[in-house]
Design a protein. Structure first.
Lengths: 76, 144, 144, 76
């Protein structure tokens, strides 16, 4: 098992990939996932989703979770 | 209650008519329908826009459209609702989204419809990329 | 801006589509359409209703529908509006009225649409007579 | 010239006619028109229109005016 990671829209353009996967290891939070999988600073308005639920960067993530980084939404 | 996200041409009022006709249990019972249609404009943030691509987060989008519709149904006395949202490539004047709410009375219909589109714009993971003079840009905030 | 009162079958969303397509100056400029449809219910004031006749005051009706639409256009930033109201004999599930407002942004569209239907119900001279078990009755107040 | 009078919906049923005409004579108000043209008491919620504008029963009417008596409206 590992954590699957998704990056959307302008965040995907920024990090240069749409998906990744990372071993849980010493990752505790969504913010840790960002740090381990990207080489850039997270834009300040970035949204986090854990298992397709809006969440906070400091929220706990576990093996098997899907973590996503999203820019502010602009639908409708 | 139905929500749908698809890549293709959206005919918003045909969607509403077809859905209403498919729900025979509604007939005779609703007195008010509030419908909102969001349409692509040819200008945004002061500049001309020639085309747009709408991206979303499959799975999460549907989850939030369902949740927002359910919240509206709990909060107001409504009989049914429909949300259809288009994704993919589109042009100015193309409809993007339609929300429809059926209720006995108009106050509930208007408020629930407004709630669904407001919450959709705040919580549902859609992103617009516009083609403008000089290239592409991600839209950074809701234009209302 | 258009208002119309007629005796016949109302297809509310076809009216909205046709009007929108006829106004080529709208294309690409509006981002929000708020539509309200009022439909005859098969119950009112706790009793079954089998049919209804809508009477109006020709001339005064059109004057007030125009005035209400103009008031909405002054009060909110809207691009166009349509009101079509049916009169005469009708049956449950028949659409009675459709109001549509086109605007750049949704807040103006929703508020103007709500204003027009609210004011129509308060000021425009229409009267409903319902067929109920045991005969006919004039409806004495707005049911919402 | 005279004042043309219209009665709508339940008011028409009550007074038993849809239209009438009355000489201005000593009529000053819409209420006077009612008294001169009907034999019943005006229902308390009756609305008055003068020349197709909402008005009050005490409002002045003149030769050539169209005066209408309406029950509360129930459109939409």
């Amino acid at each position: 098992m590992s954590i699957s990671v998704k990056y959307f829209a302008s965040v995907r353009d920024l990090v240069g990939k749409a998906e990744d996967a990372v071993d849980c290891g010493d990752i505790r939070s969504a913010n840790d996932v960002w740090v381990q999988t990207t080489s850039v600073v997270m834009p300040p308005n970035t949204l986090v989703a854990i298992n397709q639920e809006h969440a906070r960067g400091g929220d706990r993530v576990r093996d098997g979770d899907e973590v996503a980084f999203l820019p502010p939404v602009t639908g409708g | 209650m139905e929500i749908r996200v698809f890549d293709g041409v959206l005919d918003p009022l045909a969607e509403v008519s077809e859905y209403e006709q498919s729900k025979s249990e509604l007939a005779g019972h609703f007195g008010a329908t509030s419908i909102f249609v969001g349409t692509m404009r040819d200008r945004n943030q002061g500049g001309a826009v020639s085309a747009m691509t709408l991206e979303h987060y499959p799975g999460m989008t549907e989850k939030y459209l369902t949740r927002v519709s359910e919240e509206a149904a709990k909060r107001w006395d409504i009989m049914d609702s429909l949300v259809v949202h288009r994704v993919g490539a589109m042009l100015p004047n193309d409809p993007i989204v339609v929300v429809a709410v059926w209720s006995a009375h108009r106050d509930d219909a208007f408020k629930a419809c407004r709630y669904i589109i407001d919450e959709l714009k705040t919580r549902a993971p859609f992103w617009k990329k516009e083609m403008v003079d000089g290239g592409e840009r991600w839209v950074s905030q809701d234009s209302g």
